[in-house]
Design a protein around this ligand. Structure first.
Ligand SMILES: Nc1ncnc2c1ncn2[C@@H]1O[C@H](COP(=O)(O)OP(=O)(O)O)[C@@H](O)[C@H]1O
Ligand SMILES: Cc1cn([C@H]2C[C@H](O)[C@@H](COP(=O)(O)O)O2)c(=O)[nH]c1=O
Ligand SMILES: [Zn+2]
Length: 190
């Protein structure tokens, strides 16, 4: 992973790229996004992080991980709003990408084609194990995809599913440990 990151950092000096960080809830996507953005800041690059305004769990002006690491971010209404705000930015982070509208892949492509390093973090699957939003499309157009795993709360194996604990069938239901737990394939199906 470090090797990949260094490759893409060097690439960003000559051209843009798209990196995806995906996985279940609690797999460390936000922490990994914060880590990559912090390294870009240390390299004195201009960075900006965007998240969908729909994700109102924490602060609208910061990304906050489950273990309460945080970094400043901007909440936007839709994917197209990112473009004018990313002028002069060299590294763009996008969190909770699964909640953005269908324009997000085109926005990521436009940024990368303009020399921006784009780092996209999001859930690859919803609580039923179905592909989530435009994540599959962004994964297919990305230079790099990192799939992270949480620890299955039932058996301790690597978890790739976000199991919903509450009887609500809507695709979007914001929440944390009261509503979801990470589970491995075996524990998710049983
Ligand atoms: N079952 C679990 N497996 C792994 N990490 C967990 C678990 N439960 C809580 N955590 C915490 O969640 C943190 C990851 O949070 P975060 O980066 O916000 O994840 P994500 O953005 O993927 O939901 C871990 O460092 C750990 O402190
Ligand atoms: C699986 C699933 C999740 N959500 C919501 C729950 C949380 O608010 C976010 C995911 O946050 P994280 O940073 O990845 O922990 O998404 C949802 O609305 N629908 C789902 O199916
Ligand atoms: Zn398990």
């Amino acid at each position: 992973m470090l090797y990949n990151e260094e490759v893409f950092k060097r690439k960003s000096e000559i051209g843009g790229s798209i990196e995806v960080i995906c996985g279940s809830m609690f797999s460390g996507k936000t922490e990994e996004l914060i880590r990559r953005i912090n390294r870009a800041r240390i390299a004195k690059l201009h960075v900006e992080i965007f998240s969908p305004v729909a994700d109102t769990r924490y602060d609208k002006s910061a990304l906050v991980s489950h273990n309460l690491n945080s970094i400043p971010s901007k909440a936007v209404d839709n994917a197209a709003s990112i473009l004018p705000l990313a002028d002069d930015i060299q590294v763009v982070g996008i969190d909770e990408a699964q909640f953005f509208d269908d324009e997000l892949p085109a926005v990521c492509t436009a940024l990368a084609n303009n020399g921006v390093r784009v780092i996209v973090a999001g859930l690859d699957m919803d609580f039923k194990g179905r592909p989530f939003g435009s994540m599959p499309q962004i994964m297919s157009i990305a230079e790099s995809v990192t799939k992270l795993h949480a620890v299955c709360v039932k058996c301790g194996s690597a978890a790739m599913y976000s199991y919903r604990l509450v009887p609500d069938e809507s695709k979007i239901l914001l929440g944390e440990k009261e509503s979801y737990e990470p589970r491995c394939r075996n524990c998710f199906k049983s």
